[in-house]
Each structure stands twice: as C-alpha cells, then as structure tokens.
Design a protein around this ligand. Structure first.
Ligand code: BGC
Length: 766
C-alpha cells in the first residue's frame, strides 16, 4: 500500500528540512537546490487529489501568511436584503484578500456558488469557504421546535428529522449547521428553552447524539451530510432568573453532572464543532475559559474538531468586564482555545499585532488553522469546492412530499395530551357543528416557531385548514379569532361566544407568538399572553366542552385551564405540517404518545422546578409548617416530567430485578411487562429512574437512566428489559471525581416521573 505519493513525500521532506536549511548561512549548493525545489513546490498549485490530509494541510499552512492564517479563523455573516442575501462591501473586500475562512447566512444556492467562486478563484491560496447556517429544526421543510421533538422521545425519528434537514441544507450548498443546541434548561422564562431538549440530562444527551448522527451521517464528505455544532458551551440554559445572556454561578459538581453531559455525549457521537456560550460561569465567560475549552473539552474529552464563538462573543468579553480592550479580548479567547471568531472581527483586527508583540504565539494560531482546514478537508472541499453546489437542482430537493411526511410524523409524535376528561377526545369526525376559535386557529405566520431557517410560513398548514380537511362533509365548522395573541382588545369575544353557543364542541387554539420564544425572548410571566385566558373563561361559560390546543415555545402556567377545560393538547410549535398533525390527534387518526421533556409549573413562583430535585433536611410535610414548602401552593408541578396521555390505557407490572445485590462491576437487569388494557392500539413510554439513597453528598430523588417507547395492540403485552450497568450509578463527588459509592439504590419504573414503582438494589464493592 502506498502511504504517501511522491509529491507529498517531497513536501514532507521539504517541510522537515526547510527551517534547518534557512538557518544555514551562507547557502551551500545543496541548500540552494532545496530552496529551488521549495519555490517550485510553492508555485505549483496544491492538489488534494494526490496528497494525504496531513501533508496537504501542512504544506498549505507553510504557504500561508499570518494574515491568511488569521483569515481562516474568521467567520462573517451575509445579510438579507430585498433581493436576497448579500455580503457587505467590507466583508467582500476581506473575502477577496483571503481573510475569511467561513460565512454564514448565505442561504441561496446561487449566492453560495458565487461566494465560493470568489474564494477559490480570486484569492491567493484558493482555500474554499465553509458555509454555515442555523438549521435548527429543518431547513425548508420545518419540523417541530426542538423542545417539541424532544417530547416524542423517539430518537430514530429525531435523527431522521436532522437527516432531512441536512439533505435540504446541503442541497443549497450549506456545510455546517449551528445545531444541535444541547443546553439543559430548567427555567421556562428563558425563551431559548424552545431550542433544546428540556430539563433532563440523560434525555438531552441521547437526543444530542441522535441529532449529531442525523446531521453528520457516517461520511462527512457525502454530498448530503453537514457538520454539526454542539452549542452553547456551556450552561447557557442556566442563565440566572431565566433572563437571556445572564450570568451563571454554580458548583462544578452540578455543572459536570447536569449541564456538561450532553456536550460530552455530542463529542462521543463525533460532533465536529462546538460553539461557546454568551454567559460566564463562576466569573469566567465561556469564550475566555481555558478550563472549559481546553482542559475539559480538548484534553479530558479529546474533542478534535474546532471551536467557534457565538455571535460577537469575543467582543462581549469587554462588557463582561474581563478584558479592557479588543486586544485583551482576542488574547483571552485564542488562549482559552477558541478557533474561530464569529462576527466580532477581533481575531482579524488584533491577532497579528498580538503575535508580533509575542503575546500570542504563532504556533497557537497554526493549531487553530489546522483544525479548521482539517474540517474543510473532511468535507471534501479541497477536492471539489463546489461539491455541495448544485444551483440547478437544489430547489427540487426542498420541501419534497417525503420530507413533509417525515415532518408530519414528527409533528404527530410531538403533541402531548395533557388532559382528556371523559375521553372527549378523539372527536367524532361526523360531529355536527364545531367551533374553532382563537388567535392561532387560522393563523399561518406563527406556526414555524423560533428559528425557522429557510422555511416559508406560507408552506405551513393552519390548524383550521387541517380540521376542515379531516371532518365529514356534513360537519359545519364555525370560526372566530376571538382576540389577538397579545393585545387587550376584547371586542371579538362576543362573536366567539356566539359561535361557541351554536356548536357541539369548541376547539380553542391559544398560545404564544413565534417571536416570544427563542433568543432574547425571556418572559417574566408564563400566563397566556394578552386576553386569551379571559377569552377561554368566556367560552367556558357557554357550558360547551372545550378542547384547548396550545401553541407555545415553553411551558405556560395554565392552572385555570387544567381545572376547567375538558381536554388540553400541548402542541408547542409544530412547523410546516401543523394543521394535519393537530387534526389527526383531534379526530383520532393518530393516538398521541408524547411525554413532557420538561416540568410544567403551577405558577411562575415555583421556578426552578424539575423532577430530579434533591431532598432537604426538612422534606415537605403538609402537617409541619417548618418543612420545605410554600404555604400558598403545593410543591408539586402542574404536570410532571415524562407525563403525557393517550387514547388507550396501559398497565405496568411490578419491576423485577435480576438480582437484589450486585458488585460495583456487575450489570443488573430490570424487567417489566407493559399491557395495553384499552380498546385501541397505542404507544407508551416506559421510564426507568434511579436514586442513590445515601451517599457522601446529597443525590437527586430521581434520575432518568433509560426508557423504551413501545406500541401495542389492545389486549397485548410486551416484556421490557432494561440493563443497568455500573456506569448508571456513577456520579461526581464533592471533589468532582466520578465515583460509584456502594450502598442501596432505588430502581423506579413508571410511565411518568411522578408515578413509579420502586425496588431496591444493593451494590457492594468487588
Ligand atoms: C445565537 C446562536 C446562533 C448564532 C448565529 C447567536 O445569536 O446565540 O445560537 O447560532 O447567533 O446565528
């Protein structure tokens, strides 16, 4: 087998000997010959075809000026104008000078082609660009928001959704998505909770891996895979008071146990890039944290991709108060381990001077360049910079019927049935008169939720349209908006009440506007915005059965609705296929199976509230005032983590452990039988939690360790076997060592986090 081609061998030899040869003065004939050879090689355009990755990158690096190297570390955005995307003149100038390594937001295939052409034809070294974009829940076919997808607990489907997104994004020439967002979030005031997988570390970790697999596939150089980016590293979801960009102050133990694992899981799944977060942690902004970026990410976890900052994060080290000026900010970021500067321009403006003054070593910059060039190589861009560009056929690969059908399936599996009094749902398709009311009932513009990529709201199917298509020809559908999403105007109430009075049932479609969640969208109140709850109360007075359909990017405080309406469907934002998906649940074509990936508080005053809380020295006792509780509301949530109903009933047998005592090196299996005791086929998600009863530090009351989603016909049963390995019982102790402490563990199995059956397992030291 030939390891190196002849030309790469020459290059390696040349690279090796060059510094020594240069040092020799005066030149002897041999070194002169080598110089000539080198200059020949330098002039010869580099071809990736007959070189290996190492030789190619080292040779390229040896030809780069310091400015060109720093250019590779620079990421700028394209803007959107009346005629589509464009690049500011200033950035276009940098691009032509070879001072840009990657661009984002250049979403059309022609424009991407045009920009790549400039990079590979007009710059000195012809290094292709990476094109990035926020492909968060679909590209053109928009899937449910990530929090909604997490409600499906269906890892294969989530992976398939990311696959579809990658196929569409890569078809227009995009190579890199700024996703998945793997931030654990336990505060629904924080608008970006919509972009993640909720409150649980285990669920968040396995979903992170599914998304990485979906985006990246098994071959990065394939035309339809894109590189993923685990963001926002780290603990961005723990922003104090749920206010976006706010500070984070927490123990290292909690950081490692709750917030870091989904990032580590992403590395294990092979994620190629990481994005730093805006926040600081214990006084150090992530973008300046060598501990986070180098010690943990690169050294402990062996991450070998590149690290990009979030938007202008390096600049923000100044208002954070850890850098006095851009030069200091740049020095902090590069020394921490940042490879690519998103949009701040600080690397571009400051790094040359910092190297010249010997404050930053060129070797450090070389390393960052190597990591970025390696990804370009892996994408196949050096072999063919237009590999992903197919302007002619790109459009035909978007929003295909196949993609819409995956998106519809995902939307159906994301809908959580929170309440269903007297089995009011599913509705009969032959219902005589149905009133469909609310600001989101006929709405099309809000359905895609936050971050809708290259989606077009005009492709989204409204709920009213979905309902109209589902019912029998004899059914009369009446519609009234009732009120707006947010204002105080109640003039539409009368019409809404009047059509409700004429109907056999009312479907009220209420919730948030798309912009109310996502970035910079924190809320201090989690009530239905505007006068929507008032509208619901007026509709309730009619005495008609009310089915509340909610669209929102976060848990809302809906205690009144829970106490008063007949049925509640939590639909989050479901994307392009909203209407048909909601209608399929309303009329029973799809039996809902989703489970909450996040706790619903009764009121905002309970926040943060999550299922894996710890006991206290004074656990809640209703008969004792001096215990840990509120005197005005219960401690319990409105709906717990892992909760969700369906149209059938299931019964779970008592869990059976294979052994009640094992050593710290043995596995234990847990068996349960699930039976569909209802009248129709349905899907249930069986969840397994553990608790370490006594440890050297306090431990959560419950921690999810596994789950299975099972579909069963009526009357049939399935045996489920969970295997617990020693790793499932490890935790970070007071000194942040990852340990298993022998003792008694509770093993809990149930269909939501509040309702479980418990067995005990003893683990002894081997
Ligand atoms: C967001 C990131 C996003 C980036 C690029 C930032 O404001 O925090 O999540 O990837 O912009 O659009």
């Amino acid at each position: 087998m030939q390891l190196f081609s002849f030309s790469s061998l020459i290059c390696i030899l040349a690279l090796f000997f060059l510094p020594n040869l240069i040092a020799q003065q005066p030149q002897d004939p041999e070194s002169k010959a080598m110089d000539e050879l080198m200059s020949e090689i330098q002039e010869e355009p580099l071809s990736a075809e007959n070189m290996d990755q190492f030789t190619f990158i080292e040779t390229l690096l040896s030809r780069m000026t310091l400015e060109e190297k720093i250019g590779q570390l620079t990421l700028y955005t394209a803007d959107w104008g009346e005629k589509g995307p464009f690049l500011r003149d200033q950035y276009l100038g940098y691009l032509k000078q070879g001072k840009v390594g990657a661009l984002f937001n250049a979403v059309t295939p022609d424009f991407i082609y045009q920009l790549q052409k400039i990079a590979v034809e007009e710059t000195r070294l012809k290094i292709p660009l990476i094109f990035g974009f926020d492909v968060i829940h679909g590209f053109r076919t928009i899937f449910p928001i990530p929090l909604a997808e997490a409600s499906s607990w269906n890892l294969d489907l989530i992976e398939q959704g990311a696959r579809v997104a990658a196929q569409e994004a890569s078809a227009v020439g995009i190579h890199w998505t700024f996703a998945p967002m793997v931030d654990i979030a336990r505060d629904p005031r924080w608008g970006r909770i919509a972009e993640g997988s909720g409150e649980d570390t285990y669920l968040g970790s396995v979903i992170a891996q599914a998304r990485v697999r979906g985006f990246q596939g098994t071959d990065l150089s394939a035309k339809d895979t894109i590189i993923a980016c685990a963001k926002h590293y780290a603990a961005y979801g723990a922003a104090e008071a749920g206010r976006d960009y706010n500070i984070v102050d927490m123990s290292e133990q909690r950081l490692r146990e709750v917030y870091l694992p989904p990032f580590h899981a992403s590395v294990q799944a092979g994620v190629k890039t990481f994005m730093t977060s805006f926040n600081d942690i214990n006084g150090v902004p992530s973008t300046a944290s060598r501990w986070l970026l180098t010690d943990i990410l690169r050294r402990e976890w062996r991450f070998d991709g590149f690290i990009v900052t979030d938007y202008t994060s390096i600049q923000e080290l100044i208002p954070h108060g850890v850098a006095a000026n851009p030069a200091e900010a740049g020095k902090l970021a590069i020394s921490a381990g940042v490879d690519m500067d998103m949009e701040a321009g600080i690397f571009q403006n400051e790094l040359t001077k910092l190297v010249e003054k010997k404050i930053v070593s060129e070797a450090m910059i070389d390393d960052a360049v190597r990591r970025i060039l390696a990804i370009k190589w892996q994408l196949g861009l050096f072999k063919n910079p237009y590999h992903y560009c197919d302007p002619e056929h790109a459009m035909s690969k978007l929003l295909t019927p196949e993609h819409r059908s995956v998106a519809r399936k995902m939307a159906q599996e994301s809908i959580v049935l929170l309440k269903n009094t007297d089995q009011i749902l599913p509705l009969d398709k032959k219902i005589k008169t149905l009133a469909v009311i609310g600001p989101l009932a006929a709405n099309q513009s809000e359905l895609l939720g936050c971050w809708w990529g290259a989606g077009d709201t005009k492709d989204a199917i409204p709920i009213l349209t979905g309902i109209q298509a589902a019912v029998s020809p004899e059914t009369k559908i009446l519609y009234a908006q009732g009120c707006a999403i947010q204002d105080a105007n109640t003039q539409g109430f009368a019409e809404a009440v009047s059509i409700a009075n004429q109907a056999d049932a009312v479907v009220a479609v209420l919730g948030e506007a798309a912009w109310m969640s996502g970035e910079a969208a924190s809320r201090a109140s989690l009530d239905l915005p505007g006068v929507q709850e008032q509208l619901l109360q007026e509709l309730h007075k009619t005495g008609k059965p009310i089915i509340l359909v909610l669209l929102n990017g976060r848990p809302l405080t809906i205690a009144w609705a829970e106490a008063n309406v007949a049925a509640i469907l939590e639909c989050w934002f479901l994307g392009t296929e909203t209407g048909p998906a909601v209608a399929s649940v309303l009329f029973g074509d799809y039996n809902p199976s989703a489970k909450l990936p996040i706790t619903f508080p009764r009121t905002v005053g309970q926040i943060p509230i999550y299922y894996s809380y710890k006991s206290t020295g004074r656990p809640m006792d209703p008969s004792n005032k001096y215990t840990s509780k509120y005197f005005d509301i219960p401690n319990t949530p409105l709906y717990p983590f892992g909760y969700g109903l369906g149209f059938t009933t299931f019964q779970l047998s008592k869990p059976q452990l294979s052994q009640t005592k094992i050593t710290d090196q043995e596995n234990c299996t847990v068996q349960v039988t699930l039976t569909n005791t209802g009248k129709r086929a349905g899907t249930e998600t069986v969840q397994l939690y553990i608790r370490d009863e006594v440890a050297s530090i306090t431990r959560p009351m419950k921690e999810l360790r596994s789950f299975r989603k099972i579909t069963l016909d009526p009357g049939s049963s399935a045996e489920i076997t969970f295997t617990l390995t020693p790793k499932d019982f490890y935790f970070y102790n007071r000194d942040c060592q990852y340990v298993l402490e022998p003792g008694i563990f509770q093993i809990m199995v149930g269909c939501n986090s509040s309702d479980v059956m418990t067995e005990r397992l003893e683990i002894v030291k081997k």
